[in-house]
Design a binder for this molecule. Structure first.
Ligand code: PAF
Length: 278
């Protein structure tokens, strides 16, 4: 695996590559979920590029940018073992030289739920992802479905801005007890880790209710809230996965998502479960 740190070197390496290029953007602290994206890219593409960049633009002033887990050596070894050909690992000044005047501001899709709780988050994500796409110029980019609203924002950005990249959605990887893998799970102490799967359980409960014919989303959410403690609820909602505006009533024969966020101590967990209404 070749590791490059500058935009110029990444572009130079890119010019030497032929065939389909698969790209996995990450913020490092890699787990089996990230490696499943690499595995999928390996089966579909001639060359696989991954990036590691903890993007300051997508962290709010009171969020965990400084504390975000950074494990660069372990990550590089894992990516090399998984068959990544090129790792792009720029420093902050390389991605954001002083004086930048432009960013990518998504529309209403990014104002609900995560966008409401984390102002500026999706502008940060869309801006860095578009920059990475412009630098790496992949054919296919792989994103996990765990970050469902991020996936929707990136998919819509690519469509609306005619970015020549196919966005591939990859299934969430879970622990045996249902907890979705996340780099932030490293923050959990034993009691919080034991409580963390309650978010998935609450979402599964909402999915069962709606798949069983219940149409009143508020009632389904209220019942599922009881499954959350000892976690502290941030939100539970049901959305059309392309729109993300919380629904009050579930339409029939629709592919929806039950989405949620909850706190285990100060660690914020997010997750989602697919819902197919009858
Ligand atoms: O999902 C992530 O790890 C990040 O939001 C991404 C897509 C790498 C952009 O910084």
């Amino acid at each position: 695996m070749r590791t490059v740190a500058t935009v110029a070197d990444m572009r130079r390496v890119r010019r030497s590559l032929s065939g389909t290029l698969g790209f996995i953007p990450t913020m490092g602290a890699l787990h089996a979920g990230h490696l499943s994206l690499v595995e999928r890219a390996r089966t579909e593409c001639a060359t696989v590029v991954a990036s590691i960049f903890v993007n300051p633009l997508q962290f709010g002033p009171n969020e965990d940018f400084e504390r975000y887990p950074r494990t660069p050596d372990r990550d590089a070894q894992a990516l090399a073992r998984a068959g990544v050909d090129v790792l792009f690992a720029p420093q902050r000044a390389e991605m954001y030289p002083p004086g930048a005047q432009f960013s990518v501001v998504p529309g209403s899709l990014a104002t609900y739920l995560e966008g409401d709780r984390r102002p500026g988050f999706f502008t940060g994500v869309a801006t860095v992802v578009l920059k990475l796409f412009n630098i790496v110029t992949p054919d296919v980019a792989y994103f996990g479905q765990k970050d469902a609203q991020q996936l929707a924002v990136v998919t819509r950005m690519v469509r609306d801005l005619d970015v020549p990249v196919r966005v591939a959605a990859c299934p969430t990887v879970r622990e045996p007890d249902g907890l979705a893998l996340s780099s932030r799970n490293a923050y959990l102490d034993d009691a919080q880790r034991a409580a963390a799967p309650h978010l998935h359980a609450a979402l599964v409960q909402i999915a069962h209710a709606l798949e069983g014919g219940q149409r009143d989303v508020c009632a389904a959410v209220a019942q599922a809230e009881a499954a959350l403690p000892p976690l502290k609820m941030d939100y539970l909602a049901v959305v059309d996965p392309a729109v993300f505006e919380p629904l009050r009533t579930a339409p029939g024969k629709a592919a929806l998502l039950a989405v949620g966020a909850a706190f285990a101590g100060s660690t914020r967990l997010i997750d989602n479960v697919e819902v197919q209404t009858p």
